[in-house]
Write a protein that binds this ligand. Structure first.
Ligand code: IMP
Ligand code: MG
Length: 205
């Protein structure tokens, strides 16, 4: 693939690639769908390391409380937590807003946090900000609980799809308007286990 507008995520040579490189295509083991690689596992690992360092640097000496938005963020969150050189605690919440690859236009808050966030340095961890509706709804709910600070960390952002503008304090990659899977993201429950971010071929936009 030529210019994907992905910014500086590529790495020229050097470290061994984990899995296929960007631009390659593989028939996914769990089915017949073909997935083309948009962001390699190696590029993701490098970016997650940078985000972790940045988050720690921005909050010197403070414990960081990560809130993962299930299910999509679970792999990103696991890697990010280990990339932050600080005291880190983790909690999770779940919202439902999508069926298949199309938005239902509805955001449902269906699993709440297990710990209070009042007075904590909180980072909300998302897999992707698409229309921004989910993040906007979540930020309003969480701000009302009085965290010391509330920042957003998203692995991916699709700016072409923005309906509601939300602040993204820490961003991995800007991607084109394609439905992506892998590294936690799914298509009807499948492909979360792919180690890279890929595009399912043949889906209607
Ligand atoms: P938003 O509310 O439109 O920003 O959607 C955010 C949520 O939709 C994400 O947290 C994902 O769970 C899901 N989503 C949006 N785009 C994609 C995609 O390309 N692949 C997989 N899930 C997506
Ligand atoms: Mg999500």
């Amino acid at each position: 693939m030529a210019d994907l507008g992905l910014g500086a995520q590529g790495r020229a040579g050097g470290a061994a690639m984990m899995g296929p490189a960007a631009g390659s295509e593989e028939a996914v083991r769990a089915g017949q769908e073909r997935v083309s690689v948009l962001i390699s596992a190696d590029s993701i690992a490098q970016k997650v390391g940078e985000l972790g360092e940045l988050i720690a640097r921005d909050h010197p000496g403070k414990p960081i409380h990560l809130l993962g938005v299930l299910k999509g963020s679970f792999i990103f969150m696991a890697d990010l937590a280990r990339a932050i050189p600080a005291s880190v605690s983790c909690d999770f919440l779940r919202v439902a807003s999508y069926q298949g690859s199309k938005s239902t236009g509805e955001v449902r808050f269906d699993m709440d946090l297990t710990e209070v966030i009042t007075g904590k340095v909180v980072i909300l961890v998302e897999d992707i900000i698409d229309t921004g509706a989910t993040m906007d709804a979540l930020l309003r709910i969480l701000r009302a609980r009085g965290p010391a600070s509330l920042s957003v960390c998203s692995l991916l952002h699709k700016p072409d799809r923005t309906k509601v503008r939300v602040p993204i304090d820490y961003l991995g990659f800007t991607i084109p308007n394609k439905f992506v899977v892998g590294y936690g993201l799914d298509y009807d429950g499948r492909h979360r286990n792919l180690p890279y971010i890929g595009v399912v071929e043949g889906l209607a936009e």
